[in-house]
Design a protein around this ligand. Structure first.
Ligand code: AMP
Ligand code: ZN
Length: 111
């Protein structure tokens, strides 16, 4: 399958790793939108957060456990988690990912 984030998980495309375990990979975003901006992804390909089922939902909980662990390790207590689903919502890479952004004031609603 031709998927950028599957290629990053496989090490075929270099990335700046933040965290890894048997189910997850986390790495800094190549075009950061905040002083801290990393992505948490399941290693197994899931197209988006619009494709979560009872069979694959456990990995989503794992992603959020990892987000807590990573932010604590980075000394971050306030942050935003975003997952874009579909092109009009801003999704450009069709492999489920959670953006974690921190280090600046953020507006709501997002643009
Ligand atoms: P989204 O637009 O929500 O699908 O998020 C995809 C994110 O992946 C964007 O924030 C991109 O900057 C980021 N991105 C694209 N290519 C890479 C890469 N090779 N390494 C790290 N982040 C990337
Ligand atoms: Zn993928």
């Amino acid at each position: 399958m031709d998927c950028l984030f599957c290629a990053i998980v496989a090490g075929e495309i270099p990335s700046k790793k933040v965290y890894e375990d048997e189910a997850l990979f986390a790495f800094y975003d190549i075009a950061p939108q905040a002083p801290v901006h990393f992505l948490v992804i399941p290693k197994k390909h899931i197209p988006s957060c619009g494709a979560i089922t009872p069979e694959n939902s456990a990995v989503v909980a794992r992603c959020f456990e990892a987000i807590t662990k990573i932010t604590k390790e980075l000394g971050i207590s306030e942050f935003r988690v975003v997952s874009n689903c579909g092109e009009t919502a801003g999704q450009t890479v069709p492999h489920l990912h959670f953006h974690v952004l921190a280090g600046r004031d953020m507006t709501w609603p997002p643009g």
